[in-house]
Design a protein around this ligand. Sequence first.
Ligand code: BGC
Length: 427
Amino acid sequence: MCFKISHCFLLVALATCFFLLQPADSAQPAGENKLEIFSWWTSGGESAALNALFDVYKKQNAGVEIVNAAVSGGGGSAARPVLQTRLAGGNPPDTWQTHPGYELIGQYVDPGYCEPINELYKTDGWDTAFPKELVVNLMTKDRKIYSVLAGIHRGNVLWYNTKLLEKNGIKVGDQMTFDQSFAACDKLKAVGVPALGVGDSGIWASAQLFENTLLGVIGAKGWVDLFDGSMQWDDPKVKEAMKLFAKMQDYLNPDHTALSWDQAIKALMDGKVAFSSMGDWADGEFLKANLKEKEDFGWVSHPGTDGSFIVVADGFTLAKGAPHKEAAMAWLKSIGSKEAQEAFNPLKGSIPARTDVDRSKFDGYHQWSMDSFSKDKLLASCVHGEAAPAAFQQALNDAVTAFVVDKNIDNFANTLVEAVKESQSAK
Ligand code: BGC
């Protein structure tokens, strides 16, 4: 497969009916002092961080009423279809949350739903404040820039409940291999504790576990090859990752299909499960619950992925025909400010996209993630819409859904090989 387009990042190249659902007041004539912001940030940690962005904005823009049009559902699984319906119906929010890469360009820029915001990059010194390659490779088309990032999450993190592991005599060092993690899983299983907490009521959380496991087996180079078409989805290494992912299913919390991602993290906090492989928005939940790093919870890279950083970045757009354009521009300007990045990211679990922030304002996890971002291989997430077109992202979710039931590796692999072909012929 080849998802090679100019903004297709493999960031390794870098460093190495919804009119019904819309808030009733969002169709105000231009000039109204309002701003409608669309996102999927509704979990405890996500809301707290979003509110921090609102607070900074309100301080800078007194008198503008914010309409929070968030649609819950982790990973944007429920929000994105709502947004698409609104956009297609000519009823856009002023600005919306998006991942860079294929999602931004393919879903929103190509169909003509976004306005470029180059002027902000020029006037606010963002040309130097944000990692240039990220902006150029993932958020630019025909020299026009379409988004500003609020923060950058690391997708490949394995979180754990420190006390539960201690109680069961399990030690985690700076890194964990698959063998070590399965040994820990067996130990926990023997005392009736489900080792691996998953909340895949939205299947993306299982797909995330697979994505992290895949990287753990094929490595950063394999990741680049897989997404630029040099490696196929039925490669023996990919199948090896599928096998490990199948094995992991034996250690999941039995209620995983009924839980959302944040409920699974809550189960970890409550000591009902020991580990969870999840992006560092999980950190936002720990912080919201006032848990202490190391004492209550800890983290390592998902097994095998040390040295790689799966980028899950959150940006905001300017809608073409934004009902409140001026307020929306001010929102984007605010998000890109140091003040907003320093207020939002410590609560969200992500690191600031700006590279000139005051690091002392961040806790141990953030320091760890910032270090990783600066030295590790940066890779785009497929599960979060960056590394491949939306059709393939959906195909992966569907294939994961089937696989967790039938555990048929050949079917899983072949389905994805076909999905690549289909998504290419759709271009
Ligand atoms: C977003 C995060 C969000 C997570 C869970 C990801 O796609 O990038 O900001 O917290 O989904 O909802």
